[in-house]
Write a protein that binds this ligand. Sequence first.
Ligand code: 5GP
Length: 112
Amino acid sequence: MTIFEKILSKEIPATIVYETEKVLAFKDIAPQAKIHILFIHKLAKTKDVSEMMLSHPDQISDLFQAMTDFAKANNLGKGYRIVTNIGDEGGQTVYYTHFHLLSGEKLGRFGK
Ligand code: 5GP
């Protein structure tokens, strides 16, 4: 079981900032910006977005709906970044599909 499934089942704690029937969002334990939130789908059975696109594209839509709702509710109109890492070389460390939402300050350009 991945760490995010343990967060979903409340086996380990997380700071939850947004929740719907389908989506859970919580603060990243090692924030890379002033605001760094992770968005996961409660019904996901996939390890990354590429798998999710094949089996449940509707879940990607649910996640983007949640992220845009969150951005609006938290007045992130000055800007934010949505990132998803795929595979080892893409920087992925947790193999349960998720998106990062980064905001709260002027972000740098992409790095290696
Ligand atoms: P990835 O590296 O797979 O794109 O993203 C995984 C993210 O999960 C990382 O940014 C990492 O800091 C975060 N993370 C890892 N373990 C935990 C945890 O136990 N709790 C929370 N809230 N975030 C975690």
